[in-house]
Write a protein that binds this ligand. Structure first.
Ligand code: DAK
Length: 259
């Protein structure tokens, strides 16, 4: 039975981790399915934005599967960490924008999964945390790296060393999420945001993702040069011509064609 579900609504795809009885904990087979799903999403030219969420009302993802991890030896632990990291990196570098709609517990690997997405929004029932040090391990799916980059090293160290969970309002305050919604409104809010993004010129949106993600790793002069190249490449697209002509002709642009 599939443990990661994919639904398409127009140009938006919604992937749900579907193991609600284990609070959507990530085991090896879920990671394999997520990996295959990302490959399929990448190939589907209709999909312009991916939303990631969890099935059920309690959890986004309550972490890596503690049952599966408990008896690993150091070599197996390293291999499990690499498997997760490879999938999360594939998600992070997916060419299209990704939104984590965090609908409950996002602990350990769940918090890390949300951080591999471009944008995080959550329900007022969401709980975030990196409980690993309380279990005798370090975060293993990029938590030490992405949390420190997102919210700064001081706050990341406090969360990781203390293994304390935080609620949605605190996640908003420290910049881990962009917005908090009543639980029942989260799916619609995520879809509305995704549709807003999907209606913009897809080639330009993908170029923005590349410019931001790759530019942040470069010295400023190289980062600006990267932006210039990507900016220039947009002028070879039909969507740029339509967008600018529509403005000059004082009309609404035709739906962008991803060309
Ligand atoms: N793994 C496996 N099963 C889990 C789980 C998890 N992370 N979280 C919950 N479950 C299962 C529970 O065992 C329970 O199963 P049954 O007993 O019903 O069979 C079911 O989900 C419902 O959970 P609870 O009965 O505990 O529900 P409560 O509402 O009472 O509590 C909770 C919800 C989220 C507070 C609690 O379930 C909890 O504390 N869960 C564990 C959260 C956690 O510690 N997550 C972090 C896991 S560590 C690495 C690779 C990866 C990682 C690290 C290193 N390398 C290889 C380098 C990542 C580590 C993690 O993510």
């Amino acid at each position: 039975m599939a443990q990661v579900l994919l639904e398409k609504k127009g140009n938006v795809a919604i992937a749900s981790i579907d193991r609600p009885k284990a609070l959507n904990a990530l085991n090896s087979s879920v990671l394999d399915e997520l990996d295959a799903l990302l490959d399929a999403v990448c190939k589907d030219k209709e999909i312009r934005v991916l939303i990631l969420t969890g099935s059920g009302e309690k959890a986004f993802v309550a972490g890596a599967d503690i049952g599966e991890m408990s008896e690993l030896n150091p070599e197996e632990g390293t291999a499990f960490g690499k498997k997760g990291n490879d999938v999360f990196r594939k998600l992070e570098t997916l060419p299209i924008p990704t939104i984590a709609a965090v609908n409950g517990y996002a602990l350990g690997g769940g918090c890390e999964l949300s951080m591999a997405c471009d944008i995080r929004i959550c329900s007022d029932t969401a709980v975030f945390g990196q409980p690993e040090t309380g279990l005798g391990i370090t975060p293993g799916f990029g938590g030490t790296q992405r949390l420190a980059r997102l919210i700064g090293p001081g706050m990341a160290k406090q969360l990781i060393y203390s293994a304390k969970n935080i609620k949605a309002d605190e996640a908003l305050r420290i910049g881990l999420v962009n917005a908090v919604y009543p639980a029942e409104e989260l799916p619609a809010a995520a879809l509305k945001l995704a549709e807003t993004i999907a209606a913009n010129a897809p080639i330009a949106v993908r170029a923005c993702k590349k410019a931001i993600d790759e530019g942040l790793e470069l010295p400023m002069d190289e980062a600006i040069a990267l932006e210039e190249t990507l900016f220039g490449s947009c002028f070879g697209t039909e969507d740029q011509k339509e967008g600018m002509h529509a403005f000059l002709e004082k009309r609404r642009h035709e739906p962008y064609q991803n060309r």
